[in-house]
Design a binder for this molecule. Sequence first.
Ligand code: PLP
Length: 396
Amino acid sequence: MTISSDWIAIEQKYYAQTVRRQPVVIVRGEGTRVWDADGKEYLDFVAGWAVNNLGHSHPVVTQAIVEQAGTLLQTSNQFYTVPQLQLAEILIENSCLDQVFFGNSGAEANEGALKLARRYGKLHRDGAYEVITAFNSFHGRTMATLAATGQPAYQEAFTPLLPGFVHVDFNDVEAIMNATTDRTAAVFLEPVQGEGGVNIPADDYLSRVREWCDEKGLLLILDEIQTGMGRLGSLFGYQEFGVEPDVITLAKGLGYGTPIGAFLSKEYCMALVPGDHGSTFGGNALTTAAAYAGTKFLIENDIPGHARAMGDHLQRRLNELKSRFSFVKDVRGKGLLVAMEFESDIAGQLLTHANAGGLLLNAVKPNAIRFMPPLNVTAEEIDQAMSLLEDALGKI
Ligand SMILES: *Cc1c(COP(=O)(O)O)cnc(C)c1O
């Protein structure tokens, strides 16, 4: 049997070294638990990076994949397939948007939304093409989404960047107003910044941005790749803030572990026409069957409501730990997107202790850890994770 350390050596020899990984080789998952190549069990509070919203190997998703794999995998978008249309219908009927396009990842979903914004600017805003985005945002790794991402550390190695992006402080409506010109086509924001450190804006931020966009005729595009599909306690993050965006993008939790992305638009601003956009694998029968089965289960069982309750429980427990460990500076979150911030850069060290104890976490910043467990996590699993975290904190 090949043990974890052997696999890690193989990775170092053969795999492009573009990611800093934790030394954990995951071979199997069930619910909120995973097992490594040495048979060790972990509680998984990373969940595929806010992807496995129904946990690992959920029977509803597994069955949909197995059945679809034995029926039809892929046809090309030259033809209609049923799962793609079922998924389109359930997403549109449960959102404020009117039409959807499916791709394969988050970055690809954002690329499509950005193309839509440019096309909209050409048609309706006299050629306006600029998109206002926020500092500390994260929108993906492709050339356009990298330019949109307001974090110089990701960008510097790849200049010159695609032009047309203006960055302003997050949670600052006046900054958006001041940055708006005749060239502005859209405002592009995460409802809660995920990779930026779980940054939650003021309650009225998005509604004030919405008013400004209405006044100036700008599109409001929300990147819901991390916040969508129940993560914040509602099916879509915008529902938490009482606004209706013109366009949203989804990926991560949409596929329950299978690779899929989407952008959804109101009909009035769906500026793309036949020939403007496409994807060979986008909307293929396999991933849309998994996404449809998972989404149907998510909605019918009010998993977003459960996520809200579990998020409150998690934050309560984290605040208890905060009162006991003086180097914990802040606990913040919404639904099951939660962070704990420290006075100094101890997140890496903490992850090493958590791994050893059997708890998988994400270091979202050198001084902060993020919790993004499956949305159907139980209170008992949260309590177990908190006692493992307490042990790890005690070793700092
Ligand atoms: C993860 C993420 C992306 C990029 O998605 P990929 O599937 O990795 O391309 C974009 N925006 C947000 C908010 C994300 O969290």
